[in-house]
Design a protein around this ligand. Structure first.
Ligand code: TXA
Ligand code: MG
Length: 324
């Protein structure tokens, strides 16, 4: 059973308890600015195995390794000039860089799924401080059962994984609400492997070049594990709805007018004022609430594709994809 520790009550005690659990080889839930992560020592194969086992995650799907800062990251990966500029501009923050793994890095091959590259990011706040205190990188996927909706609160983690993990560090709701943006530099070009909590245009501005888009919602996508059906609630998902059908829940955006809304099981608006950052922060919690309403289907209003809308629409397309 998980012990939940409020990090605001005694931050130092929380850091010490979390470091001790990590040193003992446990996988524990930690807050990051994007979503809650299920974290373990990236150099300890038994600890990493606990992550895969707890999530029911396929082992061919590599984990992001979280670092305290750029200098720690440089101990483990080779930085090209563009990646270094992006790290300097956006770390700590919701950006993951896929980089060549250094031969001398003690990161275990179970974390990288045997690839010669590694996905690295430096998270903000408590997670960054924890890695600094612990002294080693933390492998951490989102703290949810594989294929389900990511957790953006300690309560989400408790409901999904509470019976399987020893500790949940609670820092309140995640500020960003969608996972990090993943970018890989290749032959002087930058590829967007996953849209996320840092808008693509921000990256393009610093890099001075456009991001090449991978095809979304495809099982053969570059980032292994970017499977088409993902982020799936129990209910089916219907996108770009302008009318609610009987038995549906409605998740709207920007105070959109949707006919039949009064008969919906529940009506939620991701951001009545049409703010995409607010919508991203509410997305996964509202999906869980709509799911809990007992609706068979969740209808979503159209969401603009600019800024964080790209990441929101990516997650919704995966949630709506055919399931196997
Ligand atoms: O915001 C986030 O990124 C959260 C928080 C906890 O940091 N983490 C997260 O991790 O979303 P996860 O494991 O759910 O997503 C990791 C993604 C996967 O799609 C994986 O395929 C990709 O990163 N990835 C990791 N290492 C990679 C590599 N070497 N090459 C290509 N893709 C990689
Ligand atoms: Mg995930």
């Amino acid at each position: 059973m998980a012990r939940t520790i409020d990090i605001t009550a005694d931050r130092q005690a929380a850091l010490e308890a979390a470091s001790a659990a990590l040193a003992d080889g446990f996988a524990i839930a930690i807050p990051t600015e994007t979503v809650y992560g299920l974290a373990a020592d990236a150099t300890n194969p038994l600890a990493i195995a606990r992550i895969y086992e707890t999530k029911g995650r396929p082992r061919f799907n590599p984990l992001i390794c979280h670092m305290a800062d750029l200098s720690m990251a440089e101990e483990h990966a080779e930085f090209d000039p563009v990646s270094r500029a992006l790290a300097a501009a956006f770390w700590p923050g919701p950006l993951t860089l896929v980089l060549p793994l250094k031969r001398e890095s003690p990161i275990h091959s179970l974390a990288t799924a045997g690839l010669d590259s590694v996905g690295i990011r430096v998270p903000k706040g408590f997670a960054g401080a924890l890695i600094g205190a612990f002294g080693r990188p933390l492998a951490a996927p989102s703290a949810n059962t594989s294929g389900g909706i990511s957790a953006t609160s300690a309560a989400h983690v408790e409901a999904d994984l509470g019976a399987k993990i020893p500790m949940i560090l609670d820092a309140g709701p995640s500020a960003v609400g969608v996972e990090s943006t993943i970018v890989k530099a290749e032959g002087g070009q930058l590829r967007l492997l996953r849209p996320g909590g840092l808008a693509a245009r921000e990256i393009e501005r610093v890099a001075g070049q456009p991001l090449l888009r991978a095809k979304t919602a495809s099982a053969t996508i570059e980032a292994p594990g970017m499977l088409a059906s993902h982020y799936a609630p129990g209910a089916s998902v219907r996108l770009n709805a302008t009318a609610v059908e009987p038995g549906e829940a409605l998740i709207a955006f920007g105070s959109a007018v949707v006919s039949g809304a009064d008969s919906a099981k529940i009506v939620l608006d991701l951001s009545p004022r049409g703010d995409l950052a607010e919508a991203a922060a509410n997305l996964f919690d509202y999906m869980k609430r709509a799911d809990a309403s007992g609706a068979q289907s969740i209808a979503f209003s159209p969401i603009p594709e600019d800024g964080l809308g790209e990441a929101i629409n990516d997650r919704l397309q995966r949630a709506a994809a055919p399931r196997d």
